[in-house]
Design a protein around this ligand. Sequence first.
Ligand code: HEC
Ligand code: HEC
Length: 363
Amino acid sequence: MKVSLKLLFSSLVVAAAIVFATVVHSPTIKAAPGPDRTSRAGLMPIGKPVKIKAPLGLPAVPIPPDNPPTEETIALGRRLYYDPGLSVDGTVSCATCHAPNLGFGDGKALSNGVDGKLGTRSAPTVVNAAYNTLQFWDGRSASLEKQAEGPMANPVEMGHTLEGVVKFVQSDPTYRELFLKAWGPEQITIDLVTKSIASFERTVVIGDSPFDRFYYGGDKKALSLAAQRGLKLFLNPKKGNCNVCHVIGKKFALFTDNKFHNIGVGADTSGNFADVGLYAQSKNTAYMHDGSQATLKDVVDHYVGGGTSNPHLDKEIHALDFLTFNERADLKAFLESLTGTLPRNVDPPADLSSVKTQTAQKQ
Ligand code: HEC
Ligand code: HEC
């Protein structure tokens, strides 16, 4: 399956000034980590170790020492990821907002959780999230493991409690069997749930785009001439200057510097970050954390205009109105070359394949 740029372009480079936002994502509700919990968190998987192969253009997938992926933990995590049983009313799974058919995003400006409740942010893709050193738009979570707890306990996402999720899996014979195979006879805990989901997520990596084949694979025909010109603009500090934040490295490109930047999204001119105007969105694709840019042309125009001027604007952001219309089209052609193909075995497992991964768009 083809996945578009928005999904590949690790959008971890995040608007720093989100800390000033008046409307923020609900905080993670997490249980206090007692000593017992910590020791269980260190529990190692049993089963068959798997080496996750990084595609062309991506570095080795970072693996935490206490959670090496195995066939069994990945399979278990895949099932948990697609299971709406993890939500309070059995209607919302991770895939509701990070759906494989939508490149592991939800194709919406804002995401619906349980009861169609609307969040305040656009669901970013899970594709290549394995490489993020910071997980949320505001960088709240340090690892995929920790991150996975957030949505389960978030009232506008899966609306459950971590205890409720654990009870659900403990009471299900299929899960008891899968946990036994993946983790041995230890009691099922939230840490084992999130470690399994994280191992599955680490397999959702996409590279080998036309750009990767051109730049790292030596295939000079992989990019159109327009896209090749666009790449030069992207790299040129006097032109696009995009590379300072969306880094293209010598051996791989994550298109992010994993740092926070204020690029004038979601801000008003005095620098108040209101995340305003979102509820009026009716577009079905969204770039930027607040879903404010619907198409790649909008994104390019955003940069051409220099973003919404505000006192916290990054010094690397300046209007690019000197770019000719041909240059803007070339830049867009380059961005369009950042597409790739999903790996195998990341779609819903057979027994959950009938579960719907989309909630109706509610405005
Ligand atoms: C109701 C929609 C919704 C559900 C359900 C949901 N997410 Fe998310 N997810 C989001 C939104 C919105 C964000 C951005 C959050 C923010 O910036 O505060 C996000 C962020 C993430 C990220 C960070 C991605 C990145 O590139 O920064 C990961 C990973 C992720 N979710 C995984 C999961 C997993 C695993 C589950 C299931 C346990 C899940 N999500 C359930 C909406 C959802
Ligand atoms: C100062 C750092 C910075 C510079 C320079 C920069 N960007 Fe960005 N870019 C960001 C940040 C931060 C985001 C995420 C913003 C958000 O979601 O609110 C982003 C988001 C994007 C997205 C959307 C990605 C997605 O997954 O939705 C695209 C496409 C993009 N930038 C292209 C460009 C292009 C093209 C240029 C050069 C003309 C450029 N950027 C220059 C920081 C930068």
